[in-house]
Design a protein around this ligand. Structure first.
Ligand code: ATP
Ligand code: ZN
Length: 226
């Protein structure tokens, strides 16, 4: 549990969410001294410690109460929540704000040459993805009898490599799909970055007061950018 007196915030160490998350913290007046190789960064003007980790670890850190807040993409958050629920682990959190960055969509794409005539064309097929729980949920909702094949990377080469018939991956421009001879067919999840808070365990009055001071400033920054 996060029983430290300082508020612990998890951010992606290096990736698509890192710069915007750090920029938001700075924009709300939190001074940070970030040294590239270090896991922890201390704020110099607020009782706040940043934990810099892989984005995949952030939902679990919040749900296990190891950190108080986390910046994470909804795609990763929802996937981990479903995975943890299935495994009987804590999977709850509170969304404090939906943010204005990290926008992307999770889509099913198929090889150019595949005869595709709606989702039912995926019946009996194998679909490679890093998000098996989100994909299986979509198949269930659609009544499709297809299989999600879990790959942690290079999902877009799976059909050419003969590992799967189609893929389900994050898309923002579609350039990666095109470069791999794939066409986007079904959008199954729309995502943005969110700021989440743990729900398990007690939150000290001091920490809650700090969060209460931070949130109107976050709203101010989001509004100013609109
Ligand atoms: P890590 O090393 O932290 O595990 P990663 O490779 O899993 O990094 P990134 O590629 O940095 O993660 O993406 C982090 C998040 O950024 C995604 O989960 C998603 O929410 C968001 N995102 C926004 N646009 C895109 C995109 N075009 N492709 C992938 N992710 C995107
Ligand atoms: Zn990741």
């Amino acid at each position: 549990m996060s029983n430290s007196k300082r508020l612990r915030i998890a951010v992606q160490k290096s990736g698509r969410l890192s710069d915007d998350s750090i920029a938001l913290l700075k924009a709300i007046g939190i001074k940070l001294n970030i040294r590239d190789r270090l896991l922890i960064a201390h704020s110099t003007n607020e009782p706040i410690d940043l934990l810099r980790v892989r984005d995949d670890d952030i939902p679990g850190l919040v749900m296990d109460g190891v950190v108080d807040l986390g910046f994470i993409g909804e795609n990763e958050l929802e996937e981990k929540s479903l995975e943890r629920k299935a495994a009987g682990k804590p999977f709850e959190y509170e969304t404090l704000r939906r943010l204005d960055y990290g926008g992307c969509r999770l889509s099913i794409a198929v090889p150019n040459e595949m005869d595709y005539d709606g989702v039912q064309s995926l019946d009996g097929k194998e679909v490679a993805t890093t998000y098996p729980y989100l994909l299986e949920r979509y198949f269930e909702e659609q009544g499709i009898n297809a299989k999600a094949v879990m790959l942690t990377g290079s999902v877009e080469v799976a059909p050419r490599a003969g590992v799967a018939d189609a893929i389900c991956d994050l898309v923002s421009t579609g350039a990666t799909l095109e470069a791999n001879g794939l066409v986007e067919k079904e959008e199954i999840f729309r995502s943005k970055a969110v700021l989440i808070k743990r729900v398990g365990g007690d939150m000290s009055d001091e920490k809650q007061a700090l969060i209460n001071r931070m949130m109107p400033r976050v709203d101010g920054v989001l509004l100013a950018k609109e």
